[in-house]
Design a protein around this ligand. Structure first.
Ligand code: DAH
Length: 370
């Protein structure tokens, strides 16, 4: 019994003791748990607050608040010493991890603010600076002049027509009364694509293409590119021409003169007189080169007109009957005139440019002047 009793007493004591122990253990593990939760809360709070920070000073203050000597995380690390020794290591490790994570997060945010400041410190927003202009496109001077030429002829009742740049030998030469192996071909240094295909050397083939399809009356203007093996201060391998053609009954050289005089007066001015100089083109008879009074010196003589007082601006003439025959026009009934002018030449005179190559160098300082 005694033993039993003792044993009972023993066991009661034991129970009591172990209950106490348990309670203590419980209390300890409770406080460990609480600390972990507290730690999590501190981390969450710090990260939330960091997100709301709007400048470097605010960020630095917040960092001190959490990671400084008297900061929340530091205070927490100190408290770890109150934990039972066997729990310190685990909680300490967690706390140090949180500390490291927060340090990294602060570092990142502060650095971002610092580099922002660096950028604006040197060249802070200067509201007195003039604005940056928005670059606007414009039409190339050659396009502008081509359009101006076409508009004048449109007002005179001419219709605009276009044709292919890569042209058959037939339209570029043969149908214009320039047979194969004829010396007249030497007038134009041709880019041959093949035996029968060329890059058109002028816009005159468009005349033929139109007349093939349409019977008189015809009144057309044909702008476009032309190509010749030639390059110097007044020639580029690609250049622009405007071709004109008017065919109906009773068209005379007088009509040609009238139309061209009106054109010259409108593209230059009313004071600009013109003269017809006899010339030769295989597709016209008679043919003429048309000169205008020098628009620079007004006829006194200057470098631009080689001291002649005149400038050559276009070729023209009465359409050769051989050309009409090629397209099946009745040569007894119809007559017509044709002319062709270089757009660059007109543009150079209007804008006072001495080197044709400037148009195609794509130098914006040049192009933006027009
Ligand atoms: N096609 C000629 C040339 O490029 C210019 C020309 C002259 C066209 C007389 C014509 C014309 O229509 O009748 O040099």
């Amino acid at each position: 019994m005694v033993v039993n009793c003792d044993a009972e007493v023993q066991s009661a004591k034991c129970i009591e003791q172990s209950a106490k122990k348990n309670a203590m253990h419980h209390a300890r593990s409770n406080s460990e748990e609480r600390m972990k939760q507290e730690l999590e809360k501190v981390e969450q709070e710090a990260l939330e607050a960091l997100k709301a920070v709007s400048d470097l000073a605010e960020g630095k203050a917040l960092k001190t608040q959490y990671l400084g000597r008297k900061g929340a995380v530091t205070a927490f690390l100190r408290k770890i010493s109150s934990l039972p020794p066997e729990k310190r290591a685990e909680t300490g490790r967690l706390a140090n991890e949180v500390k490291k994570r927060l340090e990294e997060a602060f570092e990142k945010t502060l650095q971002a603010f610092e580099s922002d400041q660096g950028e604006t410190a040197g060249d802070a927003l200067d509201v007195t600076l003039t604005g940056r202009p928005i670059a606007r496109g414009r039409l190339h001077p050659i396009t502008q002049i081509t359009q101006a030429i076409c508009e004048i002829f449109q007002r005179l009742g001419f219709e605009i027509v276009e044709g292919p740049d890569v042209e058959l030998d037939y339209y570029n030469f043969e149908a214009l009364n320039i047979p194969r192996d004829h010396p007249a071909r030497d007038m134009q240094d041709t880019f041959y694509v093949s035996d029968n295909i060329v890059l058109r050397t002028h816009t005159s083939p468009i005349q033929v293409r139109v007349m093939e399809k349409q019977s008189p009356p015809v009144r057309i203007i044909a702008p476009g590119k032309a190509y010749r093996v030639d390059s110097d201060i007044s020639h580029t391998p690609m250049f622009h021409q405007v071709e004109g053609l008017m065919v109906q009954e009773d068209i005379s050289l007088g009509d040609l003169k009238g139309i061209l005089t009106t054109f010259v007066h409108q593209i230059f001015d009313e004071e600009t007189s013109l003269r017809f100089r006899p010339s030769f083109f295989p597709f016209t008879e008679p043919s003429a080169e048309v000169d205008i009074r020098c628009v620079i010196c007004r006829g006194k003589g200057c470098r631009v007109c080689s001291h002649t007082g005149w400038l050559e601006v276009l070729g023209a003439g009465m359409v050769h009957p051989a050309v009409f025959e090629m397209v099946g026009y009745d040569t007894d009934r119809y007559t017509g005139f044709a002319f062709g002018m270089g757009v660059e030449r007109i543009a150079m005179l209007k804008f006072g440019i001495e080197d044709i190559r400037k148009f195609y160098e794509n130098d914006l300082r040049f192009l933006e002047q027009f």
